[in-house]
Design a protein. Structure first.
Length: 142
């Protein structure tokens, strides 16, 4: 597994914990070091920290983008995994121009498939594509 994928998966786990039980971000991030016994690359931990802190810092703006594009889905009614995958991806689209749009979308879909439901990949794909088009309209998919 690549470092960035590992970072996104760890960040999702931390964001899920923050969202579900109100764990403080630093506490959730600290638990990433000890969660499954699997060694975590230091650069992956650093990027996971960037993602978690970025999502928390820009949560209102990120959630507004999601609400604006999810016509029939209230944010609080979305599956927690899906909601937090979307938040991470929107953060990357807004604040990480070094990560190509296509990579953001593909990674979000793969992480959603791994941690979400059978429908998560398709849900993330459809909604995130609309959001990405509004944030990075000139960036080509090819």
């Amino acid at each position: 597994m690549g470092r960035r994928r590992q970072a996104r998966e760890k960040a999702l786990q931390a964001l899920y914990q923050i969202d579900a039980v109100g764990t403080a971000p630093e506490e959730a991030l600290a638990e990433l070091l000890h969660d499954d016994g699997e060694p975590v690359d230091e650069s992956a931990l650093q990027y996971a920290r960037v993602l978690v802190c970025g999502v928390i810092e820009h949560l209102r703006l990120i959630d507004e983008f999601i609400k604006e594009h999810s016509a029939n889905w209230r944010l609080d009614r979305m599956a927690r995994v899906d909601r937090n995958v979307l938040r991470m991806a929107v953060y990357e689209l807004l604040h990480r121009p070094d990560v190509p749009r296509k990579v953001v979308l593909n990674e979000a879909i793969e992480v959603a498939k791994r941690f979400g439901t059978e429908e998560s990949g398709a849900f993330i794909n459809g909604l995130l594509d609309k959001i990405a088009s509004s944030i990075r309209p000139t960036e080509q998919e090819g």
